[in-house]
Design a protein around this ligand. Structure first.
Ligand code: VGL
Ligand code: ZN
Length: 202
């Protein structure tokens, strides 16, 4: 265990697990490993996707649009998702198998109606910060290990941003699960590698 390392658990929430509204296959399976990994880090941060019902990333808010289709947002291409992780609903809660008592910080993201937020560090405009980088720097934490959901969206964007911000970034792929929307996993792994993220299978 190193004092200057943090485990960042991305979006291990009920809606991203089997039975949820944007279920990632096997999403719930990672909880025991994620819980065990917490003991290996000096700090634990949990992120929580936290959308208002009128969020622009929901297909239901775009008349005629199908879930998993694409739209053009002001900041670039955006997937239109099924309604998920609506603030205060059971689906937005952490999965019940996730141990949350050791968490130092819970960072919520995606709460601005007009902009999605995959990364734990920036919203999808790549400009609006969540405050996480400042929090980690003030605590002197330089080493980040990512796990959670989903490998090819929120984990990917978080790990790539971390590397670009100068943190040492590792992804524990065995403690992640992917959506793999139209083959999105392979380029996600490639992008993380190219950004200098260390990918570990265990
Ligand atoms: C996520 C799609 C929409 C994620 C969040 O946590 O990977 N994916 N919102
Ligand atoms: Zn979301």
């Amino acid at each position: 265990m190193t004092a200057d390392s943090a485990l960042i658990v991305i979006d291990l929430q009920t809606d991203f697990c089997p039975g949820g509204r944007l279920a990632v296959a096997g999403g719930d399976e990672i909880a025991p490993l994620v819980n065990a990994l917490q003991a290996e880090h000096g700090a634990v941060v949990l992120t929580q996707d936290w959308h208002p019902a009128e969020h622009a990333s929901f297909a239901a808010n775009h008349p005629g649009a199908e879930p998993f289709s694409m739209t053009e947002a002001a900041y670039g291409p955006q997937v239109l998702w099924p309604v998920h992780c609506v603030q205060g609903t059971p689906g937005a809660a952490f999965h019940p198998d996730l141990a949350t008592e050791r968490a130092d910080l819970v960072i919520r993201k995606g709460f601005r109606p007009a902009i999605d937020s995959y990364s734990a560090f920036f919203e999808n405009d790549h400009e609006t910060p969540t405050g996480l980088a400042g929090y980690l720097r003030e605590r002197g934490i330089a080493d980040l290990t990512f796990c959670g959901l989903a490998t090819d969206f929120c984990v990917r964007w978080s790990a790539v941003d971390a590397a670009r911000l100068g943190f040492r970034a590792t992804v524990r792929l065995d403690a992640c699960r992917a959506i793999d929307l139209d083959g999105s996993l392979a380029p996600a792994l490639e992008e993380m590698r190219a950004a200098g993220v260390r990918l570990l299978e265990g």
